[in-house]
Ligand binder design. Structure first.
Ligand code: NAG
Ligand code: NAG
Ligand code: NAG
Ligand code: NAG
Ligand code: NAG
Ligand code: NAG
Ligand code: NAG
Length: 835
């Protein structure tokens, strides 16, 4: 007989085991918390419309992350996407770094804290305009490795080792979705489909192995492979590009996903500044969803900065702004941010019908079409698109009239009211400006100390730490520095046939910059032109009878990061290296390529981690600061600019080199590299018609990059901040100064019956330069009144409503601005205000 108490115990035991059983069932179901069908990614069994944005953690700082992510959430994103950067984490084999801005676990947790998901693209080949595509150089140099990204067992072992370690780190912190974390998708390899054929049969075998290996890691969320039209199951094939509306995944069970929707483009040394219009980016995104897409990733959402030596090659600038919705400094890039926010919000309001509804398309002629999504609960959502590049359309749809401008898409979430059109921008345009250091009333010029880099060992003595009779690919030096010295000695006598009064040194160069010295004397330098990958250096030299010391300094600005077998592309001085003698019209050539060469990587004052080596303070001189001296160090102290606006360093006047603030590398600089391209579009860029990276460019004839981001967290309060520059080419530091980046003026727009907003973040509106309600012409900075405008004085209305406020919202209607008939032309309220 059981006593009541045992009975109770029994019952509770029974209940507990029932509960455990139940929990077990649930956790089995949890194994597929994130899954997908042919329509969409599903989370907890629900189809989702997901809008993501790329933010690469090493391109900002942990102090910037919360603000960037908060803004991304405000912009209507569901998820942040990032790559993992192998060469940053494992710069030397089995020597790891996850500190500071490499603390990707902290990055993921910050995203989690803001309630967003994470798309975790491990790669570990990442492209990303990142040095060597993210591969560590030691990998390339390992015994038994020839090519990367193919069925090479040494490579595969290392790739698996790193991938597995990263996955384990993530699992340990319980960051995958089925562990309660924010990561809903992961990626293996990257855009391999673009290059696979160049690997022959091995290519397919390799990508199948990648899929198996990834799958075996058992991460509980789906894996994706972008640009991989034959992605083996269960990998999901996704699309990267300017437009993905025509993309269909290879498996009917895979949803249509746009993993890289390029929001702009990167910049190159010697190139001008490419940008992508807001209207066209919104158009590409809206078209993608109109035609069945359910997952979009804006690449980049925040581009940021290539600190240190992380920029890709051969010529990627330190700024990786990308014309993204958040600019390099983390500020809103308006109108792009606001216009996409409205689009993202409109799309989210249609989530259910877009992921469940039946689709029908109606061709309305002249490239106009209507798409209707209808779900079983009677709800519907519609798109009207006009893909004609020149002709605006006025269409009748379900009894209503709609204006659909050329190359635009309208969203009608209830199939009746147009809440959004990609070409009708209602977001203000911010014009940022740089202000000089406000720390002092009248900023004094910076006081410089200077010293030379001691290069006697290489240019005079020719002392290296490695010798060979073969010229060396700069990658063989394990990427410990931008600088690699090539040294040889040539014995020459006056009786030699080569001897003449017109002798030249000729070097076939594959690196980005070459400096040459003969017998300790500088001969000259040359650098690669944007768009051309190698050049021939040829300069007159003076030799002496007997031994002559020839020293070449090859400088990289980042190793190749993309292309078929990009990892094999050589960089540096690979020959021929020749001495060319001329006697009358006779030319005699001595080839030095297979001489005995010695090599030395790096400079004395920079260690292999790109940190500054401590030098005796007495080496720094303060008198007669030289200008136009190459291989020169400059140092100064400065006051941290007041306030919280982002800080930038104006390096106008300098040549090329590297910069550190308080010991932290802010990257390579090269303000003397001027964009020669005459491709700049006068009067702005027409958003209509297919975009590519040459279509819209600005800043022709200007330095590719004059300003360099100094994150606030690199600075200390007060005047004890230190800036150190290594000037490789020679320059004049007297104009160097720190500035803050703020919004200088803003232009607001609103079509009739909408609300115009203008704002001066952190300060107040001080003036109104232009205001009109009617058919305004021109663009921000050059507005002109049209033929018709409201009867009231728009300027006076704006001044009254806005001056003294940080933000003001004004209704664009006749009640406010007076009646006016613009005979069919859509009226707009347009204003330009000063912050
Ligand atoms: C990676 O390789 C090292 C040996 O070089 C080994 O100790 C380590 O366990 C490996 N890591 C993984 C995740 O396989
Ligand atoms: C675009 O519109 C113009 C003018 O109506 C027309 O001539 C042209 O054929 C259209 N193009 C396309 C691709 O529909
Ligand atoms: C969607 O299409 C299917 C197959 O054609 C049909 O059975 C279903 O009734 C449709 N649903 C709606 C809401 O139209
Ligand atoms: C110069 O270098 C380039 C790139 O490495 C190579 O293609 C070319 O053949 C070289 N020129 C000569 C004359 O060897
Ligand atoms: C200029 O534009 C053309 C085509 O639009 C392109 O082929 C070329 O590469 C561009 N040149 C530069 C320097 O960007
Ligand atoms: C704006 O609202 C007014 C008053 O409701 C209306 O008469 C007018 O047609 C509207 N204009 C537009 C473009 O919607
Ligand atoms: C996304 O947009 C970029 C341009 O911003 C474009 O190059 C890219 O092809 C688009 N992605 C796809 C998958 O089409």
């Amino acid at each position: 007989m059981h006593s009541p108490s045992t009975m109770m115990k029994f019952t509770s035991l029974f209940l507990v085991s029932l509960l455990l059983l139940l929990l077990q069932c649930i956790s089995t179901a949890n194994a597929t918390k994130v899954s997908h069908d042919g329509r969409a990614i599903t989370i907890d069994g629900k189809r989702r419309l997901l809008i993501c944005g790329a933010i690469h953690y090493p391109r900002s700082t942990p102090e910037m992350w919360p603000d960037l992510i908060k803004k991304a959430k405000e912009g209507g994103l569901d998820a942040i996407e990032t790559y993992v950067f192998w060469n940053a984490h494992e710069p030397f084999r089995r020597e790891y770094d996850f500190s500071g801005n490499l603390d990707f676990i902290r990055f993921i947790k910050t995203i989690q804290d803001h309630g967003l998901y994470v798309i975790f693209r491990i790669g570990p080949y990442v492209c990303a305009e990142w040095n060597y595509g993210g591969f560590p150089l030691w990998l390339h140099n390992m015994h038994g490795i020839k090519e990367l990204r193919t069925t090479n067992s040494v490579y595969m072992k290392e790739m698996q080792n790193f991938t597995e370690m990263i996955v384990n780190m993530v699992k340990k912190e319980k960051l995958f979705y089925d562990q309660g974390g924010p990561i809903i998708l992961s990626q293996i390899e990257n855009e391999y489909g673009n290059v696979m054929t160049s690997y022959g049969h091995a290519g397919k075998a390799y990508i199948d192995w990648c899929a198996k290996m990834a799958d075996s890691l058992d991460i509980g969320v789906p894996w994706i492979m972008c640009q991989q039209s034959d992605a083996p199951e269960p990998m999901i094939d996704t699309c990267n590009g300017w437009y993905c509306d025509q993309f269909t995944p290879n498996n009917p069970n895979s949803p249509k996903m746009f993993t890289e929707n390029w929001t702009g483009w990167f910049k190159s040394w010697g190139g001008s500044d490419p940008y992508r219009t807001t209207e066209d980016l919104a158009y590409a995104t809206a078209r993608f969803f109109q035609l069945g897409g359910t997952f979009n990733n804006y690449y980049m959402y925040h581009g940021g900065t290539n600190f240190g030596r992380t920029a890709g090659g051969p010529l990627i600038t330190t700024s990786y702004d990308y014309d993204a919705p958040l600019d390099e400094y983390g500020n809103f890039n308006q109108p792009k941010f606001g216009h996409l926010k409205e689009l993202n919000d409109a799309l989210h309001s249609m989530e259910k019908v877009l992921t469940h509804g039946n689709v029908s398309h109606t061709d309305m002629g002249n490239s106009v079409s209507a798409t209707i999504y209808k779900s079983s609960d009677g709800k519907s959502g519609c798109f009207l698109s006009n893909t004609n590049e020149t002709s605006d359309a006025r269409v009748s749809f379900q009894g209503e009239i709609y204006d659909v401008p050329a190359w635009s898409v309208s969203l009608l979430p209830d199939c009746k009211n147009e809440v959004y059109n990609t070409a009708k921008v209602n977001t203000e345009t911010w014009v940022t400006e740089k202000k000089s250091n406000e720390a002092e009333e009248e900023p004094e010029a910076l006081k410089w100390a200077w010293r030379y880099e001691n290069i006697d060992d290489t240019v005079v003595k020719g002392k290296g730490d490695k010798t060979s009779t073969k010229l060396m690919d700069q990658k063989a030096a394990n990427d410990v520095s931008d600088y690699l010295w090539y040294m040889t000695s040539v014995n020459i006598e006056e009786k030699d046939p080569i001897w003449s009064h017109d002798m030249r040194l000729r070097v076939n160069c594959t690196g980005q910059v070459l400096h040459a010295y003969v017998n300790g004397e500088y001969v000259g330098r040359e650098f690669v032109t944007y768009g051309i990958f190698h050049y021939v250096f040829e300069k007159k030299i003076k030799l002496v009878p007997g031994p002559n010391q020839i020293t070449l300094l090859s400088v990289t600005t980042g190793f190749q990061h993309y292309g078929p077998k990009f990892d094999m592309i050589e960089n540096g001085v690979l020959g021929p290296v020749e001495i060319v003698g001329r006697k009358g019209d006779q030319t005699v050539i001595t080839d030095l390529s297979s001489h005995k060469w010695s090599f030395k990587a790096g400079l004395k004052s920079i260690d292999r981690y790109n940190n500054l080596v401590k030098v005796d303070p007495s080496e720094w001189k303060t008198h007669r600061v030289p200008t136009n001296r190459k291989m020169t160090w400059y140092k100064t102290t400065f006051k941290s600019p007041r306030g919280t606006d982002p800080v930038t360093l104006d390096l106008e006047g300098l040549g090329k080199g590297l910069a550190w603030v308080n010991g932290k590398s802010i990257g390579r600089y090269w303000p003397s590299n001027i964009a020669r391209s005459n491709n700049c579009t006068k009067n702005g860029c027409d958003y209509r018609g297919k975009y590519d990276n040459n279509k819209c460019v600005r800043a022709c004839g200007l330095p590719s990059q004059r300003w360099y981001h100094v994150p606030r967290s690199f600075l200390v309060d007060g005047d004890q901040n230190e800036l150190v520059l290594f000037e490789e080419f020679g320059g004049d530091p007297s104009e160097v100064n720190f500035q803050t980046v703020t919004v200088g003026k803003t232009c607001g727009y609103a079509y009739e019956n909408k609300t115009m907003e203008v704002s001066c973040p952190g300060r107040s509106i001080t003036g109104v330069r232009f205001a009109s309600f009617g058919d305004v012409q021109g663009s921000c900075g050059s507005f002109q009144k049209g033929d018709c405008q409201g009867k009231k004085d728009a300027l006076a209305v704006l001044k009254k409503e806005c001056i003294g406020k940080e933000k003001c919202a004004v209704a664009a209607n006749e009640a406010m601005f007076g009646s006016v008939d613009c005979r069919g032309i859509k009226k707009r309220l347009v204003a330009e205000v000063v912050c």
